[in-house]
Write a protein that binds this ligand. Structure first.
Ligand code: FMN
Length: 171
């Protein structure tokens, strides 16, 4: 399958990047085509709600930032993996911006499956992020292949590597 992973932590050696890379390696080993985009180091602004995309723009976003390179990848993706740290009990701003900019497409056209990878310091801080994720999955009518969370003492462990690989096996 054609898989797009969005990595939304600014920490290049953090746990989110590690989970995203673990997913990428496992998916490539299983024969999938994978693109991993480090959206945390892209210039992607929030949606301006100008509605250009739903009018004159005919699906195109008026904002010409790094999101423009992501739209063709989203259009081709059959699987979307969101990898993000928890910031103040929800998804990081770095992943919220590209996620909300999908508004111009409404739904990525070929998308069938999704997964969510979350990192945090504390336990029991995932409800906001998971609620948002489940809402979007339901709205798009796609299949959630699963969620892996890792609090501080679980990060970069063999057990979590196995959990991430387990998501790939569900594709
Ligand atoms: C701005 C900010 C807000 C955070 N808010 C939370 C939080 O609400 N709950 C929590 O458990 N950890 C919180 N953390 C900690 C991160 O979620 C944690 O360090 C996580 O491992 C970061 O992922 P990373 O290693 O991929 O960068 C926060 C960190 C930052 C920088």
């Amino acid at each position: 399958m054609n898989i797009l992973i969005l990595q939304g932590s600014p920490r290049a050696n953090g746990n989110t990047a590690w989970m995203a890379e673990t997913y990428r390696k496992a998916a490539e080993a299983a024969g999938h085509k994978v693109t991993l985009v480090d959206v945390a180091h892209k210039k992607i602004a929030g949606c301006m709600a100008c509605e250009y995309c739903h009018g004159k723009g005919n699906g195109d976003c008026v904002q010409k930032d790094d999101m423009q390179a992501l739209y063709p990848l989203l259009a081709e993706a059959e699987v979307l993996v969101l990898a993000a740290p928890i910031y103040y009990f929800t998804l990081s701003a770095q992943i919220q911006a590209p996620l909300q900019r999908i508004y111009s497409m409404n739904k990525p056209g070929k998308l069938r499956k999704t997964a969510l990878l979350l990192s945090s310091y504390s336990p029991n801080v995932y409800d906001g992020a998971i609620g948002e994720y489940r809402g979007i999955v339901h709205y798009w009518g796609v299949e959630d292949t699963g969620i892996v969370t890792a609090k501080i003492d679980e990060q970069k462990t063999d057990a979590k590597r196995d959990c991430v690989i387990g998501l790939v096996e569900k594709l």
